[in-house]
Design a protein around this ligand. Structure first.
Ligand SMILES: [Zn+2]
Length: 389
């Protein structure tokens, strides 16, 4: 019976081996060369050869045809020391790959030769378990989950809409969640604002939001902004985030956020609710309309009663806020068809969704072809006087 060392000797006779320096020269001559790191995921944490594809040895035969469909392509496999990659190269030859080599000395040899390495973030074992149901989705996978973990999303309001959005974004592994809310929890909030509890009544909403989120996913960095967002602080706050999710239902704030997002080119996932009806859309500068394209003027205050005056079904923000969370996640992943240029309307009483196309207005004062508003204005004044003109 042959021993493992006999087998290895035989395999090495049947494959081609090249040194790290030779690998480096070859890939500079041939940019199409594919480097495959066949080590285990935890070994990738110490770095990889720049540009290498990472496919653990156990998955190599399963995944190679999808990753490298062309069997004529030049491939170099490497592991830590050159043994697993020799066996990997032999397996690839068996699958019909014609130009496969194994790198002598593996990643350690590469490092010892003083060649550059690339640090690549990978998921920890704990994250692998926590996000297992995301990892099996081709649209998310490890790459998408890492994008979520690195994403920074700003929630405007920890109220009816902000609560479900925060919960789902935290559970999904969004790395940084900023929460702007200067309010305290009130008993009337508990009918729909599911981050807060009876014990939180009278306390700042950002405090209860932070505690509730930590209970769901302690890896999320929550940044409380217990301030009223205004023209004086909006730019400073926004610059720390990639995406804004608006759950604040007052007109001065919505116009303020819209203009600030246009100026800083941040997408805003906007939601609103009233009684049994809700709406969601994304205002994405350069890709679709902004809020002002749809509503150049705020409505007269008496035409736009608030939820406090008009009432709202408690579960309605749960639906609209969850849709906002879906859209924010899609933006992070760059997958699917975002609600850009589309206004989604929901009616809970008839249990129906409708959709309306919305377009950028070339005459829009903020995002139009010749913008007249190029700096933040006084939004309280704008909203209190616009209807009188
Ligand atoms: Zn516009």
């Amino acid at each position: 019976m042959p021993t493992f060392s006999d087998l290895l000797k035989q395999v090495k006779n049947e494959i081609r081996e090249i040194t790290p320096a030779e690998t480096d020269r070859t890939r500079q001559k041939n940019p199409k060369l594919v480097l495959i790191d066949v080590r285990e995921p935890e070994e990738w944490q110490s770095g990889v050869v720049p540009g290498a594809k990472t496919i653990a040895r156990g998955f190599l035969e399963l995944e190679i045809e999808e990753e490298v469909p062309d069997k004529e392509r030049e491939i170099v496999c490497y592991c830590a020391g050159g043994i697993r990659s020799a066996l990997a190269a032999k397996a690839l030859q068996g699958l019909g790959y014609k130009k496969v080599s194994s790198m002598i000395g593996g990643f350690n040899g590469w490092k010892n030769a003083g060649l550059p390495i690339e640090n690549r973030k990978i998921l920890s074992q704990d994250q692998m378990s926590r996000y297992a149901r995301h990892l099996t989705l081709p649209e998310v996978g490890e790459e998408g989950q890492l994008k979520l973990l690195q994403s920074k999303i700003l929630l405007i309001g920890a109220g009816g809409l902000g609560c479900p959005t925060a919960i789902y974004l935290a559970a999904a592994g969004v790395g940084t969640l900023g929460i702007v809310d200067f309010d305290q929890v009130d008993l009337t909030n508990l009918q729909r604002q599911i981050l807060h509890t009876e014990a939180d009544v009278g306390r700042p909403k950002t405090d209860s939001a932070r505690r509730a989120i930590a209970g769901i996913n302690s890896q999320v960095r929550v940044i409380p902004h217990a301030v009223k967002i205004s023209r004086d602080n909006v730019m400073e706050i926004l610059k720390e985030y990639d995406i804004v999710v608006n759950g604040c239902d007052n007109f001065p704030t919505r116009y303020l956020l819209n203009d600030a997002c246009v100026f800083t080119k941040r997408p805003m996932v906007d939601g609103s609710i009233f009684r049994f009806e809700g709406q969601v859309t994304i205002y994405s500068p350069g890709k679709g309309p902004c809020y002002r394209c749809l509503y150049p003027e705020p409505p007269p205050p008496d035409m736009a009663p608030s939820c406090a005056e008009g009432g709202v079904l408690g579960v309605l923000p749960g639906i609209i806020g969850s849709i906002q969370a879906v859209e924010a996640i899609k933006l992070v992943l760059g997958k699917g068809e975002p609600l850009i240029g589309r206004l989604l309307m929901y009616d809970a009483l008839s249990q129906k969704f409708r959709e309306m196309k919305v377009r950028r207005d070339p005459a829009c004062p903020v995002c139009g072809d010749k913008p007249t508003i190029t700096d933040l204005i006084d939004y309280e004044w704008f909203c209190s006087t616009a209807h009188k003109s």
